[in-house]
Design a protein around this ligand. Structure first.
Ligand code: ASP
Length: 344
């Protein structure tokens, strides 16, 4: 018999890890040491599963970059010993964590699958079991002694997505996530269908590297009709602000008011990185397509193309943390680093 694939489950918190105390009706955190007992189906998988839990599992609304570093540390420490990693995480901020991890884990040659659930694992109608079991199966997939998936992904409700392309779109449906600008990496039906043409290809000779410096001097500003000068200037004048994700209309359009363009220009000239992303859930920024984005293009605003807001704000944190020179920053931001945006 060959050596079994080894999977490490990293439990950070969220609904998935809760069980209902049927006497009191309250939800409580799940003891992951009893995982196999609770979900006997897991013993049927052809892999060995170990688990590590955050000392204090958290609701993902409480996630921040220090938790992303904690997850990165666990993966780095156990990288050579395991063939794949499954991160159990609350769904609320899962897309941010997935995007952040994609940048932090450079030259990843193994799968990191984030999953969670809308209902706790102990609930009769839970979606947690399927999400967990299939995520482990996906993380354990191997061909010719190599992991099939070599990137950070998110599995939810029968679909595997590239993590940094996702957004949480529904707080009620089991299908809580969408990846509107990139096709699904896999679909779980009667068969597990892997869409190999969309998987990230990793160059074998490149060494895995974990990055842990993130700069959180960033902000997201969504344009809306009625945004006034006072509010805009207050945001632009936040002390030590280094990066701003500007959620514009449609294909990257903004009002042509002189005060707005002047304020943005002043901020960019004084060193603030401003990224133009669309506030639409799907589609791309096309600078210059309309008169209302031509001016932004002249200001040297960074073109976020079809990146999600989640992937843009975490990319700002990551690039600021690496200390990229101002000369290179725009070009690097506009380059897909981990498949988070289109090439052109
Ligand atoms: N509030 C929960 C969390 O994000 C929801 C969930 O787990 O889906 O941690």
């Amino acid at each position: 018999m060959g050596v079994k694939t080894k999977i490490l489950l990293i439990y950070t918190g969220g609904t998935i890890g809760m069980i209902k105390d049927y006497e009191s009706g309250a939800l409580k955190a799940f003891n992951f040491n009893n995982l196999m007992k609770r979900i006997p189906e897991l013993t049927q998988l052809a892999c060995t599963i170990d688990s590590i839990s955050f000392d204090k599992p958290i609701d993902s609304s409480n996630m921040n970059p220090s938790h992303w570093v904690a997850i990165t540390n666990i993966i780095e420490e156990h990288y050579t010993h395991y063939d794949g990693f499954v991160v159990l995480h609350g769904s609320d901020t899962m897309s941010y964590t997935a995007a952040a991890l994609s940048y932090m884990l450079e030259n990843l040659g193994k799968p990191v699958v984030l999953t969670g659930s809308q209902l706790p694992i102990g609930d009769l109608r839970t979606d947690a079991k399927e999400n967990l079991i299939t995520s482990i199966q996906i993380a354990a997939l191997r061909e010719e002694n190599t992991a099939v998936i070599q990137e950070v992904c998110l599995y939810f409700e029968y679909k595997l997505y590239r993590g940094n392309r996702t957004t949480k779109v529904n707080a009620e449906h089991f299908e809580a996530f969408a990846s509107l600008n990139y096709p699904e990496l896999a679909e779980s039906g009667v068969h597990l269908k892997i869409n190999k043409e969309y998987l990230k290809k990793v160059k074998k000779e490149k060494q895995f590297k974990a990055h842990k410096l993130l700069d959180d001097n960033v902000v997201i500003l969504k344009l809306f009709p009625g945004l006034n000068q006072n509010v805009l200037n207050s945001v632009l004048n936040i002390p030590n602000l280094k990066g701003l994700v500007l959620e514009t209309y449609g294909a990257g359009n903004a009002p042509t008011d002189e005060w707005l363009l002047n304020s943005l220009k002043k901020a960019i000239d004084s060193g603030l990185y401003i990224v133009n992303v669309t506030q639409c859930s799907g589609g791309s920024v096309l600078l210059g397509q309309y008169e209302t984005s031509e001016e932004l293009q002249h200001l040297q605003i960074i073109n976020g193309k079809d990146i999600t807001t989640e992937a843009a704000v975490t990319k700002l944190m990551y690039l600021l943390g690496t200390g990229v020179s101002p000369k290179l920053f725009k070009t690097l931001f506009e380059t897909p680093l981990r498949g988070e945006m289109q090439e052109k």
